[in-house]
Design a protein around this ligand. Structure first.
Ligand code: ZN
Length: 148
């Protein structure tokens, strides 16, 4: 009986862990201008979804910072056209714009940031994109983001 109880406890704690993992993702941005994943699927049962971004590259933030910007895929071309370093590293080189759903500052080597998304801001069936807004990066540093 005790054994069964322990087994149940184990399964219960295990399922809790996996449930929590569904509402967060570790995303690495490396020195080769690559994200560690090309697709993020947010489970609609998550009220919040956390992206834990880490820059594993070695170049100074001014030379090759990495961040995450989230927008609709349809707004990607417009938003990349308004990227300008005059907006500053802390703003991801982007001005205030309603088409930016979320963005982080640029990270230097070994820096991390956790971006907490409110899943109510996303709609099922809409295509979103996550991308790095450093100059020259978004052409390769991008991936799809969906709510499922
Ligand atoms: Zn980058």
């Amino acid at each position: 009986m005790k054994k069964i109880l322990y087994t149940l406890l184990f399964l219960f704690s295990f399922s809790n862990v996996s449930f929590a993992a569904n509402c967060a993702i570790d995303l690495e941005a490396n020195g080769m201008m690559q994200f560690s994943t090309s697709a993020i699927a947010i489970d609609s049962s998550c009220r919040k979804f956390t992206i834990n971004l880490k820059n594993t590259g070695t170049l100074d933030v001014n030379l090759a910072g990495h961040n995450v910007v989230i927008s609709k895929k349809a707004d990607f071309n417009y938003l990349t056209s308004i990227v300008n370093p005059s907006n500053g590293l802390d703003n991801g080189y982007l001005p205030e714009d309603k088409k930016v759903i979320y963005k982080t500052k640029f990270l230097g080597p070994n820096e991390t940031i956790s971006l907490v998304l409110d899943t109510n801001k996303f709609a099922k069936g809409e295509e979103y994109i996550f991308w790095c807004s450093f100059l020259g990066h978004w052409g390769v540093m991008n991936g799809s983001l969906t709510l499922s």
